[in-house]
Design a protein around this ligand. Structure first.
Ligand SMILES: [Mg+2]
Length: 268
């Protein structure tokens, strides 16, 4: 019996960069209530975990007590947050009760090196789409433990993002060049327009190993869901380390599998 259900976020729990649907929110709530430990792990920052997962859970009626079973592995698990409400707290839910348990940030020199490698590569290939950015948006974002390239920025429409690089070929070319310019770092394709760059080893393997340590569990206790499980994808390291994985195409596949888990364990 798996006690830990761990999820990639973009395209696994949601449509990239948008809040989870109420169907996913209800399924996760039932699983949290049933005592499963739910561990989303994604390259995104903490605030996006609140916007995309935690807030929709609350909006769909989840009670904050079940958040003791929700463990947020932010920035590919190089940061870990858990919910620690004070005992006898009468205040209800508060964002302030999310406690950062650990954090492994990049140095500013590392951020600079990765940023210039990505920008130069994208420019040389004609994939630097600065003119398509919405005001205030940016292509390269420092996510503290990793640097993320999002070809059309963070706020482009999902439709535009899907169209930009559906076969991952543009990003594969950028990655190839950037690796030559910044050979000390790893570059990985994720989401719909993204490339994540980080210190080698600081990928989802790092996150999963810390998850096992923090929650005192073994690989066999974990079932992982991801959409980029092919070699080179950002979920592949989890497959490679021998954790049982379900490959999904979208949150609809994930919902289907979760309904099965809840049905089988009699908690639906
Ligand atoms: Mg994904």
């Amino acid at each position: 019996m798996k006690s830990i259900l761990s999820f990639d976020v973009d395209q696994t729990l949601n449509i990239a960069k948008t809040p989870i649907t109420s169907e996913i929110a209800h399924l996760l709530t039932s699983l949290l209530r049933a005592g499963f430990k739910i561990c989303p792990i994604s390259g995104q920052k903490f605030d996006q975990f609140l916007i995309q997962i935690v807030n929709p859970l609350l909006e769909n009626g989840a009670s904050p007590e079940i958040f003791k079973n929700l463990h947020l592995f932010v920035a590919q698990g190089t940061q870990y947050y858990r919910y620690e409400a004070p005992e006898n707290s009468s205040e209800g839910y508060s964002e302030a009760f999310w406690k950062k348990v650990y954090d492994f940030p990049l140095t500013s020199a590392q951020v600079k090196e990765i940023t210039s490698a990505l920008e130069q590569s994208a420019r040389e290939l004609g994939f630097w789409e600065e003119d398509k950015l919405k005001p205030g948006d940016e292509i390269i974002e420092n996510r503290l433990s990793q640097v993320t390239f999002s070809a059309l920025g963070q706020t482009a429409s999902t439709e535009e993002k899907y169209k930009w690089d559906p076969d991952c070929k543009k990003r594969a070319k950028i990655v190839e060049k950037a690796k030559l310019l910044a050979p000390d770092f790893e570059f990985e394709i994720g989401g719909t327009t993204s490339i994540n760059a980080f210190v080698p080893g600081m990928n989802k393997v790092f996150g999963m190993e810390h998850l096992m340590k923090e929650l005192s569990v073994e690989k066999s206790d974990i079932l992982y869901f991801g959409d980029m499980t092919q070699p080179g994808g950002n979920d592949y390291p989890v497959v490679e380390m021998g954790i049982d994985t379900i490959t999904v195409r979208s949150h609809e596949d994930t919902a289907y599998a979760l309904r099965g888990i809840l049905g089988v364990s009699g908690n639906l």
